[in-house]
Structures are given as C-alpha cells and as structure tokens.
Design a protein around this ligand. Structure first.
Ligand SMILES: Nc1ncnc2c1ncn2[C@@H]1O[C@H](COP(=O)(O)OP(=O)(O)OP(=O)(O)O)[C@@H](O)[C@H]1O
Length: 257
C-alpha cells in the first residue's frame, strides 16, 4: 500500500456505550505529508487518532497501517508524577534504553540540547513538548503523531513549534499527523486539513478548507482569520517575515491582508 495509514468507513462509539463519537470517516496519510485534524472540543479528533493507531475499538470500518510502519506518538496528556524525580535523559530511555549519543542527537534536533540532566518537573511547557518530540523521534518514525502538541504554549512558542515540525519533516522525511486548535498557524503548516465534527465536515488543502461553508460555520470569525492569513502567505512575497519573526498572526492580517 502507498499510504502510511488508510481508514475506511470508521465508526467509533464512546467507550462503554452505543453513543456514536465518529461516523463513517475515511482517512489517509501518505509518506511525508503533514495532515492536521481540526474541530471543536469533543468532535472526535483524539478518538480518530487513537483509532488510527489501533488504540481504540471500531464499531465499524477498518484501518490499514503499512506493514513495518514505525510511529512516534505524542499523546495529548502525559502524566508525570512530579513526586518521582526523573531526568530528561532517563525519560528518553523509557521504555527502550538508548545511548548518550542518541539522546544528544534527539535533543539537538528538537532545539533543547544540553538539558539532559534536568529534572522533568523543572522544564517549561515548551521544553517539555520538545522533550516529548525528541522521544518520539528516537525510533526513526515514518510517521509522527502529535495530539494537541502546542497546548499551553504562547503564540511565539506555537509558531516556533510548527516551524520545528516543518524542519523535522524536511530533515527526517517523516510524515506528520497532528490534532490542533491553532487554526491560524495550522493553515500555514499543513499540506492537508481534515475538519471533523463527529464526521468529516470538509477536507483538502488549507485554502480549500478555509473557504468551505462547513468549516466557516464551525469556526466563525477565527476561520476568516485563518483564510486571511493563508492568502496573505500565498498571494505575494515580501521580506518582512512578520509571522515568523514576531509570532503575531493578527498583526500580519491587519497590515498586509
Ligand atoms: N475514554 C473515554 N470515555 C468516555 N468518553 C470518551 C472517552 N474518550 C472520548 N470520549 C468522548 O468521545 C467524544 C470525543 O472525544 P475526543 O477526545 O475524541 O474529542 P476531541 O475532538 O479530541 O476533543 P478535545 O478537542 O476536547 O480534545 C467526547 O464526547 C468524549 O467525551
């Protein structure tokens, strides 16, 4: 199969009930693609991701993963017991032991080199996300799966994180499947966007999704902003690099749309 993961007719029920969380969803992700799943709270984004990974039972449909597919997964929530001291270095060796060189390379790649002796509990939100990403990269995944990777980051942190994702895709060739709420930035970072609300409302290139009535109905004013920003990025070139430099999507929109 050419897709890394391909799903057809996925229907998922809320665990322990017959209530439908996702209905008749088709999905695929190809090598080196960046695909982002957007949708309101409770729309089934995390459930879709878990089903694609085989972590959730299906009520109907099927999922095919390419044989031998290596996946690096960063879940939405990672429980860290702050009462139990653990260094970054030790965390990277769980569950599979790695050597110092591998740890160093992974941390360098995600922009947090030199923090291997630090305690996890002492890291900032942004540093912790990058450590999680470093751990996901250790086993040279064909596919990185990131569920809400920028939760808790400020706007410049979010922009920097998406830049890192784009760099990682370029450098490692890994495809990226992301769940995200950061509409403005996601529109620039993705090859394809899937808009979910219990089913696939619309999907396609960021520009296509931005203009889809279903997407606008779900996200309202924020959707307009995403479109403005996307058009701003693609209609013309200029050298002030406003979003990348100052991290303010709104400023870009106000001044250049
Ligand atoms: N383990 C679970 N037990 C019971 N209900 C669940 C469980 N996991 C998900 N659900 C329900 O399934 C629905 C979809 O949840 P899901 O986490 O997939 O949505 P989401 O789009 O990722 O939401 P959010 O943006 O808030 O993270 C919700 O109504 C949620 O309450």
């Amino acid at each position: 199969m050419s897709a890394l993961i391909e799903a057809r007719g996925l229907t998922i029920h809320r665990p322990g009930s017959a209530e439908t969380v996702l209905r008749d969803v088709d999905f695929r992700i190809d090598p080196q693609e960046i695909v982002t799943v957007v949708g309101p709270n409770g729309s089934g984004k995390s459930s879709l991701v878990r089903a694609l990974l085989g972590h959730m039972p299906l009520a109907a449909g099927h999922v095919a993963r390419r044989p031998g597919l290596r996946i690096g997964y960063v879940p939405q929530r990672v429980q860290i017991d702050t009462a139990m001291p653990m260094t970054v270095r030790r965390f990277l060796s769980l569950p599979r032991r790695i050597n110092d060189a591998e740890a160093r390379t992974a941390l360098e790649r995600t922009g947090v080199h030199g923090i291997d002796r630090r305690q996890l509990a002492q890291l900032s939100g942004g540093q912790f996300q990058r450590v999680l990403l470093a751990r996901a990269l250790l086993h040279r995944p064909h596919l990185l799966v990131l569920d809400e990777p920028t939760q808790g980051l400020d706007q410049p942190g979010i922009v920097a994180f998406y830049q890192l994702i784009a760099d990682l895709r370029r450098d490692t060739g890994a495809a990226v499947l992301m769940v995200s709420h950061d509409l403005l930035v996601v529109m620039r970072a993705s090859d394809r966007v899937v808009c979910l609300n219990g089913h696939v409302c619309c999907e396609g290139t960021p520009e296509h999704v931005s203009t889809a009535p279903a997407y606008r109905a779900l996200f309202g004013a924020e959707a307009q902003g995403a479109l403005a920003l996307y058009r701003h990025h693609h209609d013309h070139a200029h050298d002030d690099g406003c979003l990348a430099d100052d991290g303010r999507g709104h400023a870009a929109r106000t001044h250049h749309a």
